[in-house]
Design a protein around this ligand. Structure first.
Ligand SMILES: Cc1ncc(COP(=O)(O)O)c(C=O)c1O
Length: 376
């Protein structure tokens, strides 16, 4: 049988995590926290599990959770959303992205993806019958808007952006958001899928969300992830925000993809969100970033700017000239630390000899890992 996704094999996160467990290497590869969840969240989960919250919720999500999400968006960005029509609770941002692309992209449509890109965008475009157009970010992992602008044609239906950016940890400044807005306004047929799953994890500067750009509301889908915001990646809970006319199409797919998502998780999150202040999340991870960077100060790695997310990238040219995949494999096997090579996020395989560390780990894990890394 011909494969619908012939290019796709086991993804790099699975490969590196498997290598970490086989070799006993400290796993700084896949992006997930290894510290305990907030005891308040566990307590609410236990309480909710004994309540009558075990049947299907309405398709968009439980009204309590939808209302909490709209409060969060309003508090964070001063945007008022009609939560009965403009929010969809999803099984993680992954499902939000997949469902959106499947609903809105047709055969012949081109979708611009900025590389290095998170790996779930392209397969969804291909399965929808669209054509991915992968455009490389510049050498500092920032967008070259002229290049992006010149790759837009009549066929371009969607632009996918990811800010704060995985894997680079870069965060766009207002001039980038202005340029993006201009491009969108110049190309009226274009839809923006703005992946903002790390929206609350920025450091020196606050994240500028598309929620703050009113002129784009009508053509934008914004995705977020409770996995990132509340340290619960395994729950696979997220949401999207979009205007009614796009939501109607997205829900047609959502209805037959999942219909509705985990009811106990929804009830728990709705209650937790009433009590939790997400504005402290940036400071929480900034401490981890600073601890990681300080512990790496005697290493031969060159740490690159890290403005948001829980990823730190580093160049290793003063250690080795190997390609980044080979270097990461050797780092795990010989030096006991699993990491992620950046070139796998590039369509062209472009290799800048940069690797990614995840610092969403306990100080103890970070200390053990950096001790090893400093000996290289
Ligand atoms: C940029 C980006 N988008 C989307 C996702 C998917 O989020 P979720 O785990 O909520 O599906 C991730 C997860 O790592 C991500 O890094």
């Amino acid at each position: 049988m011909a494969s619908k996704l012939p290019q796709i094999g086991t993804n790099i996160f699975t490969k590196m995590s498997q290598l970490a467990s086989k070799t006993g290497a400290i796993n700084l590869s896949q992006g997930f926290p290894n510290f305990k969840v907030d005891p308040l969240l566990s307590k609410i989960l236990v309480e909710k599990a004994t309540e009558e919250v075990h049947q299907y919720t309405p398709m968009s999500g439980s009204p309590e959770l939808l209302s909490q999400i709209s409060t969060l968006v309003e508090d964070s960005y001063n945007r008022k959303i009609d939560y009965t029509e403009e929010i969809l609770v999803t099984a993680g941002a992954t499902q939000a992205i997949f469902t959106t692309i499947l609903a809105l992209i047709e055969k012949g449509d081109e979708v611009i993806i900025l590389d290095p890109s998170y790996d779930c965008y392209e397969p969804a475009v291909i399965l929808a019958g669209g054509t991915p157009v992968r455009i490389q970010l510049d050498e500092n992992f920032l967008p070259d808007w002229n290049k992006i602008n010149s790759s837009i044609s009549e066929k371009t239906k969607m632009l996918i952006t990811n800010n704060p950016h995985n894997p680079s940890g870069r965060v766009w400044k207002s001039n980038d958001i202005d340029d993006l807005e201009k491009i969108m306004l110049d190309h009226e047929h274009l839809i923006l899928l703005s992946d903002e799953v790390y929206e609350f994890i920025t450091f020196e500067e606050k994240h500028i969300s598309i929620h703050t750009r009113e002129k784009l509301y009508n053509r934008t889908i914004i995705t977020s992830s409770f996995g990132k915001t509340f340290h619960i990646t395994g729950w696979k809970m997220g949401y999207l925000v979009t205007p009614k006319h796009l939501m109607e199409e997205i829900k047609k797919v959502h209805q037959f993809n999942v219909f509705s998502v985990n009811s106990v998780a929804q009830a728990t999150l709705a209650e937790y969100m009433k009590q939790k202040d997400v504005s402290k999340l940036g400071a929480f991870y900034q401490k981890k970033r600073d601890f990681f960077r300080a512990s790496m100060s005697n290493s031969r790695f060159e740490l690159l700017p890290c403005e948001g997310t829980y990823f730190q990238t580093a160049k290793y040219d003063s250690i080795s000239r190997e390609n980044d995949e080979a270097f990461c494999r050797r780092l795990a096997i010989e030096f006991g630390v699993a990491t992620i090579p950046i070139s796998v996020f590039n369509n062209s395989g472009f290799d800048q000899n940069v690797i990614r560390f995840c610092f969403a780990k306990t100080d103890e894990t970070l200390l053990k890992a950096t001790e090893k890394l400093c000996k290289i």
